[in-house]
Design a protein around this ligand. Structure first.
Ligand SMILES: NC(=O)c1ccc[n+]([C@@H]2O[C@H](COP(=O)([O-])OP(=O)(O)OC[C@H]3O[C@@H](n4cnc5c(N)ncnc54)[C@H](O)[C@@H]3O)[C@@H](O)[C@H]2O)c1
Length: 272
């Protein structure tokens, strides 16, 4: 990868996918973005356009770079076409193990044999996602954070069966995108969620015990950890430690569909 900009396919044009496509194109990569839902592609391009305009406005991007970056990104509805001649495939589809396994089986057939395969899963086992591949060693985790354009950290997740320099290539690619990669062994919650969930759940227990208001707990933490309960339940089941047990207040909110920003209500109320 030295010196030249890798060609990148991003699969899944949602919250994470459009951000990854944007940072890769800004870093000089040719990027193809694809999605099973056709309408997601123009929406992602609109969001990328907004990021470009924001970048220019904030002086992060020279005005004449705008058109060049935009030109490096294309939307391709067909998965096979999207991955056909790329060096790196980054998957950012929904968090579903069976779907990711099925997707990578197809990607493995359609992408060039030397292409690095990366999953942006935030909680699933990379080893399990790779398990069905003919060459599981091609796949690593590349866990970006939301919003991708702002967040510096990328967890490169290894599962012990990587062949050759897969993890090093992922580290190098993350650096090329201006990110700070860390290498983490495939284990539930990787490094960041395993720590972040404990903080988030403890903040909820503090709220439950009337220690402080949600706003003040957030201020005290300085960071807005707000992981969905699914991760807490999963970590509790897999790590079996009491600190991961979802508190009652969280279970009730999830039961009521109060899922935070995306549902407009959670520990706060959001309006558009
Ligand atoms: N949102 C976050 O804060 C965040 C942070 C880090 C990692 N992640 C991970 O990134 C991944 C994507 O999350 P998101 O928040 O961007 O989701 P999202 O729902 O915003 O986007 C997912 C996109 O994938 C598409 N998709 C679903 N199945 C597909 C398939 N089989 N083939 C192609 N496209 C398909 C959907 O149409 C959708 O546009 C998940 O694995 C998630 O765990 C999310």
């Amino acid at each position: 990868m030295n010196g030249f900009s890798p060609r990148v396919a991003v699969i899944g044009a949602g919250t994470m996918g459009h951000g990854i496509a944007y940072v890769a194109a800004v870093a000089g990569c040719e990027v193809r973005i694809t999605d099973a839902r056709r309408a997601a592609l123009p929406q992602a391009l609109d969001k990328i356009e907004a990021l470009l305009l924001g970048g220019v406005k904030r002086g992060k991007l020279a005005a004449d770079e705008h058109a060049a970056v935009r030109k490096r990104i294309s939307a391709e509805p067909q998965l096979r076409e999207a991955v056909a001649d790329v060096d790196i495939v980054v998957e950012a589809i929904v968090e579903d193990l069976a779907l990711k396994q099925r997707l990578f089986a197809e990607v493995e057939r359609a992408a060039p044999p030397g292409a690095l395969l990366a999953s942006n899963t935030s909680s699933l086992s990379i080893g399990q996602i790779a398990a069905g591949l003919t060459e599981p060693g091609r796949l690593v985790g590349m866990h970006f954070f939301n919003p991708v354009v702002v967040m510096k950290l990328v967890e490169v997740v290894t599962h012990g069966r990587e062949s050759g320099p897969a993890a090093e290539r992922a580290v190098e690619f993350a650096r090329r995108l201006g990110k700070e990669p860390i290498v983490v062994r495939d284990s539930p919650g990787f490094a960041s969620s395993r720590l972040g969930v404990v903080l988030g759940l403890e903040a909820m227990r503090m709220l439950e015990q009337d220690v402080a208001s949600a706003e003040d707990i957030d201020k005290a933490m300085e960071l807005g950890y707000n992981h969905p309960m699914a991760i807490a339940d999963y970590l509790h089941a897999t790590l079996g430690k009491p600190q991961y047990e979802p508190p009652k207040i969280l279970r009730e909110k999830v039961k009521k569909g109060e899922l935070g920003k995306k549902s407009g209500k959670g520990f706060y109320t959001w309006s558009d």
